[in-house]
Design a protein around this ligand. Structure first.
Ligand SMILES: Cc1ncc(COP(=O)(O)O)c(C=O)c1O
Length: 463
């Protein structure tokens, strides 16, 4: 508006009428451009139901990694070393092999050899013959399995119980479906001395209080990211009983199923009495075979529940990458043939990760952090409050302390980590602020380098 007023004045006063009229017409053009920009901004703003997903810790911290070029990236959860050779070899053979059809579309709900292998793998584990063609779906990563399960089952105003900290996309997906997340936090029973992930528990009464006639679903994540908790039989039975009592579906995210450290034992909630019929279980080839870039996952459960996932999947993804599915099927068959041997990757993986966990736990303890020792997975959350007097966060613009800490820590140590408040709902973010998440599925040399850098930083600050 201000611009228009100025141009109009000059137009009437100037002897160079033509030129000024040109100004006038520019001004009108500007106005209509501005107002069309405004209408466009208004019309094409992000739909309100997607608001929860606007900020992504992954997008932000991958960008940070590109900017800071940290010497060691212990942020995002992926191995920085090779997957088992038979897995990657299978893919290269398939891509260049004789069967041209293995590079073409395959069955939408899952490549037949893969769903058959998955049925062979899981049937004995849940104590039921899983129908490969009606009770399993292959998806674009576990991520899409979660998406299809949530979008396929959650209706307007349905309530979904989410255990905090949670894999951050749950919140977005529930809201995108029109549902209402109801959060309950795991809290550590003790915060000093040695803390393990088993110390992080739910308040049973609080959990019970969340179930009501509007509850459609509870999302369980066991083994848990980022705490590393493996839910016990007692905890799973409590959840199962509440699901049965209130006719609620359990979406069980079990992508870290092969990474429970003895004596912890991963129990599939679908295997508990009366739970198969109300559970959708999610798995990931990326996690199972250390090939996160293959982005292939699956969900399994009773046909009546899986139907809804099929509807979402067939209308947004339709079919996943054929050669990758074939390679995973062959890898699965390879592991199934040696499933009772200690060499089976599903057993070897936890053995391979345990010393890495211990190495990082030691580093953290020696340098003022109080780590929660995980019983599973490849993350450690560590309390950094004892280091607060060694790091000046006053110039860090972020809202939450853990964001400030992780960014300053990355700048000062060249070790990148993740802020756990990203795994909490807005009102509960303070519960994650005193922690930082480290990923330890990294080469030993990189873990040693992280250890050296953190030690140097700590001694510079005066221990
Ligand atoms: C708890 C949890 N669920 C699901 C996923 C997604 O797995 P995928 O890479 O197979 O999509 C992840 C990945 O980090 C995860 O941590």
């Amino acid at each position: 508006m201000f611009r228009l007023g100025q141009s109009l004045c000059t137009a009437t006063r100037s002897q160079y009428g033509v030129v000024e009229l040109k100004h006038l017409s520019y001004a009108f053009k500007n106005i209509s451009r501005a107002s069309s920009t405004n209408t466009m901004a208004e019309k094409f703003k992000l739909p309100a139901r997607y608001g929860a997903g606007e900020k992504s810790v992954w997008v932000e911290y991958i960008q940070l990694a590109a900017e800071y070029k940290p010497a060691v990236n212990l942020g995002q959860g992926f191995p920085d070393y090779h997957a088992p050779e038979h897995v990657t070899k299978a893919l290269s053979e398939i891509a260049t092999g004789d069967n041209a059809l293995l590079n073409q579309y395959t069955r939408g709900f899952g490549h037949p050899p893969l769903v058959q292998s998955l049925s062979k793998l899981y049937s004995p584990l849940v104590g039921k013959n899983i129908d490969p063609f009606n009770e399993i779906i292959v998806t674009y990563g576990a991520y899409e399995a979660l998406y299809s399960a949530i979008l396929g089952h959650v209706d307007q105003n349905d309530e979904v119980i989410v255990i905090e900290p949670f894999f951050d996309c749950y919140d977005f997906m529930i809201k995108a479906a029109g549902g209402i997340p109801r959060f309950i936090a795991l809290n550590p029973k003790n915060t000093s001395g040695t803390v393990t992930s088993a110390d992080w528990v739910l308040d049973e009464k609080e959990l019970e209080g969340l179930f009501n006639s509007r509850t459609k679903m509870i999302i369980l994540n066991t083994p848990h990211n980022p705490i590393g908790k493996v839910f016990t039989k007692h905890e799973l039975e409590l959840i199962a009983d509440l699901c049965k009592k209130h006719n609620v579906l359990c979406l069980s995210d079990e992508v870290y199923e092969w990474m429970a450290y003895e004596p912890a034992q991963h129990i599939r909630i679908a295997s508990l009495p009366g739970m198969w019929e109300r559970t959708i279980t999610v798995g990931s080839a990326g996690k199972a075979f250390s090939v996160t870039g293959w982005k292939t996952g699956w969900a399994y459960g009773p046909a009546a529940l899986m139907k809804n996932l099929q509807v979402v999947h067939q209308n947004c993804v339709y079919t996943c990458c054929t050669p990758i599915q074939e390679a995973i099927a062959r890898s699965m068959e390879f592991e199934l043939a040696r499933r009772d041997s200690p060499d089976c990757y599903f057993k070897a993986l936890a053995r391979e990760l345990m010393p890495k966990r211990d190495m990082l736990v030691e580093t953290l303890k020696e340098n003022g952090f109080n780590p929660t020792i995980p019983e599973s997975g490849y993350f450690i959350v560590a309390d950094w409050t004892k280091l607060a007097n060694k790091i000046d966060l006053s110039q860090e613009p972020d809202k939450y302390k853990d964001y400030k800490f992780t960014k300053k820590f990355a700048k000062e140590t060249s070790v990148l980590t993740i802020p756990p408040s990203a795994f909490y709902s807005e009102p509960h973010k303070h519960l994650g602020e005193n922690y930082v998440r480290f990923c330890f599925i990294k080469k030993d040399e990189n873990l040693r380098l992280a250890s050296k850098l953190i030690k140097e930083w700590n001694s510079k600050k005066g221990n």
